[in-house]
Design a protein around this ligand. Structure first.
Ligand SMILES: *Cc1c(COP(=O)(O)O)cnc(C)c1O
Length: 374
C-alpha cells in the first residue's frame, strides 16, 4: 500500500476495463467508445487514463482543448483526438502538427479554419437544441457549404444532447427530437451524395438512457469512470459500473476539544461536549469544496466522521470522538471504500450541492495519482 502521501488519488484500472467491457456489450457492435478525457480525465489523470484505455484497445479520444490533446500525444496516444471546443487561430499550426481533429463550431469558424491554408481534419458540430456549439441543424445550406471548403477534411458530424439524463416525458421527447433532427441532417447530406463521415451524438447519459442508438461513436465521460452525476439518477440501462477513483488523505494529528471551545477559521463550530478531533491533510486547493464546511463527512478506519469547522486551503478538521482507535498517519477516505463503509463520488458531490462531474474535474494537481490493484 502507498505509505507516504499527504493526499492522493487511487486509480483502479481493472474497474476501468470492466466499465469499458460493460459499455462495449451495451453499445451496438459498430459503435466505438470515444472516451472523453478532458479536464485531466475528469480529475483522474489524463496520461494514466489515456494510456490505460489505449492498452485496452481504445483508439480514438476526445478532449476539450488543444493543450489537453498535446498532453495526450506526448504521452503516446496515436489515434484520432477530437477537440470538442474552440481552438483559436493562432493555434491552428498545432492542429496540423499533432494531427488533431477540430470541431467546427459554426460556418464562420469553418471559413477561418479553411483560410489557414493547410489541410485540417474536422468534425462539424450540429446544434440540435442545446444552443451551445455547432451550426444550427436548420441551416443545412451552411452545413453543405462547409464541405466545399477545400482545406478541410471533414471526417465526422456530431451533435450533443442536453437533457438525456432526464427521465420525464418532456425530457425524453426533447431528446428524441434532437436525435431526429440530427438524423435528418445526416440523411440530407447523404441525399446530396456526401458520404463516408462518422456520426455521434451520445455522451454517458445518451448511452445509458438510449443505448439502442446506432451511431459510429459514443463519447463517454463520467460513466466510463464508473460514476453517475447524481446519486438519484435512474437510467434505462441497468448495467453495473465500478468506480475507478478513490480520494484519500491522512490524519496529521489528533487532539481533545473541550466543551465550549470553537475551531478553525471564523470559529464556525463550537463543541457542545468534550470531543476528540483530527486535522486532515487535504483542503479546498485539492478539490474538497469549502461548501462542505460543517456539512460533509469522510471515513476513517471504517467509520463515518463529520467534517467540522471551515474547510481550509490545505487542511480540514473532522470529529473523531466516536473512534477509539485513531492516530496520526491513518488514512481518511473522502471518495471510496473504508471497511464496510463507502462514499460514492455522486454522494460526496450531492452533499456539496453539485454533481460528481464538477467535483472530479476540480481535483487538484497537488494530488498524486496512483494505480492500485485490489
Ligand atoms: C464532456 C462531453 C462529453 C462527455 O460527457 P459525459 O456526460 O461525461 O459522458 C461528450 N460530448 C461533449 C461534447 C462533451 O463536452
Amino acid at each position: 500500500m502507498y505509505q507516504k502521501g499527504r493526499a492522493w488519488i487511487e486509480l483502479n484500472m481493472d474497474n476501468l476495463a470492466y466499465n469499458v467491457e460493460q459499455f462495449q456489450q451495451l453499445l451496438s457492435p459498430n459503435c466505438e467508445i470515444m472516451p472523453a478525457i478532458k479536464a485531466n480525465a475528469y480529475g483522474h489523470g489524463a496520461k494514466l487514463i489515456g494510456k490505460a484505455l489505449q492498452d485496452m484497445g481504445i483508439q480514438d479520444f476526445c478532449v476539450a482543448s488543444i493543450d489537453e490533446g498535446i498532453e495526450l500525444r506526448k504521452t503516446g496516444i496515436t489515434g484520432q483526438i477530437l477537440i470538442l471546443g474552440y481552438t483559436s487561430p493562432y493555434r491552428f499550426p498545432d492542429l496540423s502538427r499533432y494531427h488533431f481533429t477540430q470541431t467546427i463550431v459554426d460556418y464562420a469558424y469553418a471559413k477561418e479554419l479553411n483560410d489557414y491554408g493547410q489541410p485540417i481534419y474536422a468534425h462539424i458540430g450540429i446544434d440540435t437544441g442545446m444552443h451551445r456549439l455547432g451550426e444550427r441543424s436548420d441551416s443545412l445550406e451552411n452545413i453543405r457549404e462547409i464541405w466545399k471548403l477545400s482545406n478541410l477534411n471533414i471526417t465526422g458530424v456530431y451533435s450533443h444532447l442536453c437533457v438525456s439524463d432526464g427521465t420525464s416525458d418532456a425530457d425524453r421527447q426533447f431528446t428524441l427530437n434532437q436525435i431526429a433532427e440530427f438524423r435528418s441532417v445526416i440523411d440530407a447530406l447523404h441525399k446530396q451524395g456526401i458520404d463516408g463521415f462518422k456520426t455521434h451524438i451520445q455522451g454517458s447519459y445518451g448511452v445509458l438512457n438510449y443505448p439502442y442508438l446506432n451511431f459510429d461513436y459514443a463519447r463517454l465521460g463520467i460513466a466510463l469512470y464508473g460514476v453517475l452525476s447524481s446519486p438519484y439518477d435512474k437510467t434505462v440501462s441497468d448495467i453495473k459500473l465500478k468506480p475507478v477513483l478513490s480520494l484519500k488523505a491522512r490524519v496529521q494529528c489528533v487532539k481533545p476539544l473541550h466543551s465550549g471551545e470553537s475551531i478553525g477559521y471564523g470559529l464556525t463550530y463550537t463543541a457542545a461536549k468534550e470531543m476528540k478531533i483530527a486535522a486532515v491533510s487535504i483542503g479546498y486547493a485539492d478539490g474538497i469544496p469549502r461548501e462542505l464546511s460543517n456539512k460533509g463527512h469522510a471515513l476513517i478506519n471504517g467509520h463515518k466522521v463529520p467534517i467540522i469547522g471551515r474547510v481550509c486551503m490545505d487542511q480540514l478538521l473532522v470529529d473523531v470522538s466516536d473512534l477509539s482507535e485513531v492516530s496520526a498517519g491513518d488514512e481518511v477516505v473522502f471518495i471510496g471504500q473504508s471497511g464496510e463503509e463507502k462514499i460514492l463520488a455522486s454522494e460526496f458531490a450531492n452533499n456539496a450541492n453539485t454533481i460528481s462531474n464538477e467535483i472530479l474535474s476540480r481535483l487538484g494537481n497537488r494530488l498524486e495519482r496512483i494505480i492500485v490493484k485490489e
